[in-house]
Design a protein around this ligand. Structure first.
Ligand code: ATP
Ligand code: MG
Length: 236
C-alpha cells in the first residue's frame, strides 16, 4: 500500500524555483497495476522518484506498507528500498562491467544474502523474464528489449512488494514494449506485486488497472480502466 498525502516538491536552481509537485494525494492499494500519465514536465518522474525514496519531498508524507518513509534517515531509506522496492529506469541503468547474472544478483548481494543464494535467485528470475540463455553475456551483447528485461529481473530479484518503473518502454519498439508490458502484467497477476509505471503511450492504457493523470504538478484524473472493472466484476 502506498499512501501519498499533500506531496510537494520544489526544485531550487539558484534564484529560480520550480514547483514540480504542488500537493498530490493518492492512495495505491496492494496488487494494483497503476499507470501514471500526463504531459511532459507535469511531474510524473518527480512523483515516482519521491515514491522510490530516490529524492526527498519538500512537503507532505509518503506511507509505504504502513512505514512513514518521509522521516527515515539515509541508511534507513537505503535499507527500506532494498527490502521493499524495485525500480526500473528508462535507460536500464545496468552495470556494463558485470554480466547479466551479476547485474541481477547485485540487489540480493547488497541485501546481505550469500553469493551462491544471490546468483541462484538471479538465475531463477532471469528464467522468468525469458533470459535463461543469457546469464554470462555482457550487457552490450543484448538488444534494448533484452536489457530492459534484465533491468526488470534486477528489480524483482529481492521480491519487493512494489515495483516502480519510469517510462520503461520509452527506448523500445512496439514489439519489445509489448513484451515488457506483458511481463509486468504477469508479475502483477501471478505474484500480486504492486506496479506503478509512468507512460505517455495511449496504447499502454489497456494494461493498467488504474490510470492516474498528472497535470502541472497536480492530480488531474484518477480512474479505473474498463478491463480492471470487468476482471473485478468476474471476481478475479
Ligand atoms: N532536478 C531538477 N531540477 C530542477 N527542475 C527539475 C528537476 N527535475 C525536474 N524538474 C522540473 O520539474 C518539472 C517536472 O519534471 P518531471 O521530470 O517530473 O516531469 P515528467 O512529467 O516526468 O516529464 P517527461 O514526460 O518529460 O518525463 C519540470 O518543469 C522539470 O523541468
Ligand atoms: Mg519523466
Amino acid at each position: 500500500m502506498i499512501e501519498v498525502s499533500g506531496l510537494k516538491k520544489i526544485y531550487r536552481l539558484g534564484n529560480v524555483e520550480v514547483e514540480a509537485l504542488k500537493g498530490i494525494s493518492i492512495s495505491i492499494q496492494r496488487g494494483e497495476f497503476v499507470g501514471i500519465m500526463g504531459p511532459s514536465g507535469s511531474g510524473k518522474s518527480t512523483l515516482l522518484h519521491q515514491m522510490a525514496l530516490l529524492d526527498m519531498p519538500s512537503a507532505g508524507t509518503i506511507l509505504i506498507n504502513t512505514t512513514d518513509v518521509s522521516h527515515l534517515s539515509d541508511e534507513e531509506r537505503t535499507n527500506f528500498r532494498l527490502m521493499n522496492l524495485g525500480y526500473v529506469f528508462q535507460d536500464y541503468a545496468l552495470v556494463s562491467e558485470l554480466n547479466v547474472q551479476e547485474n541481477v544478483a547485485l540487489p540480493a548481494i547488497m541485501q546481505g544474502r550469500s553469493l551462491a543464494d544471490s546468483y541462484a535467485a538471479a538465475a531463477s528470475v532471469l528464467e522468468k523474464v525469458g533470459l535463461a540463455g543469457r546469464l554470462n553475456h555482457l550487457v552490450y551483447e543484448l538488444s534494448g528489449g533484452e536489457q530492459q528485461r534484465v533491468s526488470i529481473a534486477r528489480a524483482l530479484v529481492n521480491k519487493p512488494s512494489i515495483v516502480l518503473a519510469d517510462e520503461p518502454c520509452a527506448n523500445l519498439d512496439t514489439e519489445n514494449s509489448w513484451i515488457v508490458l506483458e511481463l509486468f502484467r504477469a508479475v502483477n497477476r501471478d505474484l500480486g506485486q504492486t506496479i506503478v509505471m509512468v507512460s505517455h503511450e495511449p496504447w499502454h492504457q489497456e494494461f493498467f488497472d488504474r490510470i492516474i493523470f498528472i497535470r502541472d504538478g497536480l492530480l488531474d484524473k484518477d480512474r479505473m480502466t474498463r478491463e480492471h472493472k470487468e476482471r473485478t466484476d468476474e471476481g478475479l
